[in-house]
Design a protein. Structure first.
Length: 148
């Protein structure tokens, strides 16, 4: 009887723990989004330095490019409605102009795929594709991010 009661209590506690773990707060979603954007920025900077021959190992270039393509593929999911915070750099335009934002994200994803296609090729081709990625970043930031 005692083992059954203990087992029931543990089962109930685990159910409550699992239920609370499934609930995402706007703060958590925003922190995750900010982490993704910082990762994109970091990989972007690494690519820039490697292509310019200033730092980093050229054999790691494809890894950084793949990481950008992977993160780009999830961008549309990291801006759910209700996840904008007062201290976030995301502008309300993301949610007010959802179609425009979706187009900007699609342009970034396309540029990331093109960059990935250039990986392993000549550095000037990678550089050209990387510049196009930068234009896609800038285009989205101009309309959907706080100017800082």
């Amino acid at each position: 009887m005692r083992k059954t009661l203990t087992g029931m209590i543990l089962t109930i506690a685990l159910c409550f723990a699992a239920a609370s773990a499934d609930q995402q707060t706007a703060e958590d979603v925003a922190k995750y989004r900010q982490s993704i954007m910082k990762a994109l920025s970091g990989h972007n900077g690494a690519i820039r330095l490697i292509v310019a021959g200033k730092a980093g190992a050229p054999d790691k270039l494809a890894d950084h490019i793949a990481a950008i393509a992977d993160r780009a593929a999830e961008l549309d999911a990291v801006f759910p409605a209700g996840s904008n915070l007062d201290d976030d750099e995301s502008l309300p335009a993301i949610w007010e102009d959802a179609d425009g934002f979706a187009e900007a994200v699609a342009r970034f994803e396309e540029a990331a795929v093109a960059l990935q296609g250039a990986a392993g090729g000549a550095l000037q081709d990678i550089d050209a594709a990387h510049r196009e990625l930068g234009k896609a970043c800038k285009g989205c930031h101009e309309d959907f991010r706080v100017d800082n």
